[in-house]
Design a protein around this ligand. Sequence first.
Ligand SMILES: Cc1cc2nc3c(=O)[nH]c(=O)nc-3n(C[C@H](O)[C@H](O)[C@H](O)COP(=O)(O)OP(=O)(O)OC[C@H]3O[C@@H](n4cnc5c(N)ncnc54)[C@H](O)[C@@H]3O)c2cc1C
Ligand code: SF4
Length: 425
Amino acid sequence: MDNLWNKPLDYNDEEAKLEASRCLSCKKPMCQTGCPTGMRIRDFILEIKNDNLEEAAKIIDSCSSLSNICSVVCPHENQCMGHCILGKKGKPINCGKLEKYVQNKVHYVREKSEANNIKVAVIGGGPAGLACSKELLLNGFDVTIYEAQNFLGGVMTYGIPSYRLDYSDVLRISDEITSLGAKVIYNTKLMESDILKLKETYKYIFIATGLTKVRKLGIPNDNIEGVYDALDFLMKSNMAIKLNLGEAPKLSGTVVVVGAGNVAMDAARTAVRLGASKTIIAYRRSIEEAPATKHEINDAINEGVEFKFLTNPVEVLGSDKVTGVKCEVMKLTEPDESGRRRPVGTNEYITIDCDYIISAIGQIPDDIYDSKIIETDHNYIKATNLKTNVDNIFVGGDIYLGAKTVVQAMRCGREVASYIIELEK
Ligand SMILES: Cc1cc2nc3c(=O)[nH]c(=O)nc-3n(C[C@H](O)[C@H](O)[C@H](O)COP(=O)(O)OP(=O)(O)OC[C@H]3O[C@@H](n4cnc5c(N)ncnc54)[C@H](O)[C@@H]3O)c2cc1C
Ligand code: SF4
């Protein structure tokens, strides 16, 4: 694989030791409060200092089921690192890279409990489904995963590019789960009625189907050749690069990516790697409102991606193939009661000549609800404490939370597993 597609290297022993030695072992570790899992960062760093990596791995395992992935893809700057006291005046501890170092050195898996023959169906093999499956399997449950694709990992496989997350890290967790005894039924997209039928076979069901669609641009001409949706574009590219399946899109000329979240950054950086000579991100607000992390924006800028802020596409230009995009120049209002500045049109227009347009303006759920028994809201599943309105059917991850993060999906999966384990005590 070309270097362009490889993730930067992890810490070696010397680098990890040096970074760990900077940790102050704070009495009140703020890094832990910043982590959605409450990861005991100070404690595992102390074990790195003590050369006790086995103990470090056990501490990590008590807080996270997908550590080798979250340690890489979490938005650390807003979470653990963003809270580290050293960051106030200088460089915060790189908690994620230290966590990954432990994962690279020790593959710790808890001992599995005796089988209890209680059957659980997990719908969707993304981070929420995998975390739930792992915890249930370790506790002796009989788990079957139903997965629409022919691979596990969800967005971790088909969305996040290999230059940010190595596919071997996803394989490690999916192999772990199948070694623990999970049955996986691939290429099986279930509708609501199929899921309800599974109740005859399985005592518990966990729905973790994520958000598999991208919002359409919704502007004239948005369906001509050369207009992609970001998930489709990234999926094609990731399948080719990671799994050797099919061909990655071949790009040339100028690509305009619409949106400024992390998905837009992934699409833009992938477009650069696939041969675009110029890649432009068009966003209707300013850099301050861009949902992508500063780190992701900087990486995109460093790779040559250009940004056009206060730029709102209003029409795709071209008859059968994209030749450009017409955009309205926007301005921001004064902050409203919620403190948010809204973009409003100025009636001034510009044209960006381009060959491709990629829509990355937000993911939405698929409509699989043919029975209308499970309560939903705009195709998101409604629940109280991750329990749906149907007995013993739980939900978690993006299909419940909205577009969030791997660690939050993982946390839902762990929580649902602990509810089920508690119910069977
Ligand atoms: C391009 C991209 C980049 C991202 N980058 C990051 C990042 O760097 N860091 C981060 O923390 N978060 C990131 N996220 C967000 C993160 O990936 C998601 O929050 C997380 O994957 C949600 O997990 P999930 O298990 O709920 O769903 P998903 O990961 O979406 O997995 C759902 C699974 O269910 C399957 N499925 C769907 N419908 C059905 C059905 N009807 N029947 C059977 N199976 C079905 C799907 O094929 C998929 O495997 C990114 C998202 C995208 C799109
Ligand atoms: S806040 Fe920073 S210095 Fe303090 S324990 Fe956490 S990582 Fe170490």
